[in-house]
Write a protein that binds this ligand. Structure first.
Ligand SMILES: C[S@@+](CC[C@H](N)C(=O)[O-])C[C@H]1O[C@@H](n2cnc3c(N)ncnc32)[C@H](O)[C@@H]1O
Length: 241
């Protein structure tokens, strides 16, 4: 069976598996109005680090979904161990088990790029209330050759490797307005501005046995990051319904 990059993240229980990790999440949330009546969805929650942080630090109601069974298991264990009232479901982002206009805010950290993007964005739009906010942190590329784009696409198992402009076009198509790019950065820019005091993604946090297959996948991830560090990076969007 072919193992994917996401299987490797799930196997090692890598938390904060998005550019900027929890530090960027905290910064983004500081600028939002989140109160006791806010319903917030962490879409593609992975091991649940962000959901847990929000649940502990904000008075809102936190919902979390992820399609990967191993991620859901790890997120569930985390919420249970910490006694957190996060409502967790195993579900794909493209077909969410929620009624329309349920959420005030959706946070999607490094998850939307792995979906069928137009379908995911239209689902976010459906489940958000009017004036609701969607914050996404996602892979974005600029200046990759067609061959390199294909290599990146295949390795990460994504349908498309999008430029910031292509992301913007998809947000518009899905009906979002107030589309702001809060940040764009290449991998190399990110490394150059690395703050050692900031929390890194947590590698192998859950005490998994070493695995040659998953180690190989993570090495390939590092190799791609080094080779395409000037073209590949991420983009943070804040859009409203
Ligand atoms: C790079 S990880 C990021 C996880 C988490 N947001 C974080 O920052 O640590 C991507 C996550 O998105 C989830 N995911 C990918 N495609 C998905 C989909 N179509 N529906 C739901 N979750 C998905 C994966 O299972 C994985 O947990």
């Amino acid at each position: 069976m072919n193992r994917s990059y996401q299987d490797a993240l799930a196997y090692y229980g890598i938390e904060g598996a998005h550019p900027g990790s929890l530090g960027l999440t905290k910064q983004l949330l500081q600028n939002e109005a989140i109160g006791p009546k806010t319903r917030l969805l962490d879409a593609g929650c992975g091991t649940g680090q962000t959901s847990a942080y929000i649940s502990k630090n904000y008075p809102c109601r936190v919902y979390a979904i992820d399609s990967h069974p191993e991620m859901v298991k790890k997120a569930y264990s985390r919420f249970e161990a910490e006694g957190l009232p996060v409502r967790l479901r195993q579900s794909s982002i493209e077909h969410m088990p929620f009624k329309s206009e349920k959420f005030d805010m959706i946070l999607a950290e490094s998850s939307t790029a792995f979906t069928t993007v137009p379908k995911a964005l239209s689902e976010y739009h459906r489940v958000l209330k009017k004036e609701g906010v969607l914050l996404t942190i996602d892979m974005a590329a600029r200046g990759l050759s067609a061959r390199a784009r294909e290599e990146v696409r295949r390795f990460y198992g994504v349908h498309e490797v999008l430029t910031p402009e292509e992301w913007t076009a998809y947000f518009k198509e899905a009906g979002f307005r107030g589309i702001s790019v809060l940040k764009t950065s290449t991998i190399n820019e990110e490394l150059a501005s690395y703050d050692p005091g900031r929390l890194p993604a947590n590698l192998g946090a859950q005490g998994s046995m070493p695995s040659p297959v998953y180690d190989g996948i993570m090495k390939k991830h590092q190799q791609i990051s080094m080779v395409y560090g000037n073209q590949l990076g991420y983009c943070v969007f804040r859009v409203t319904k």
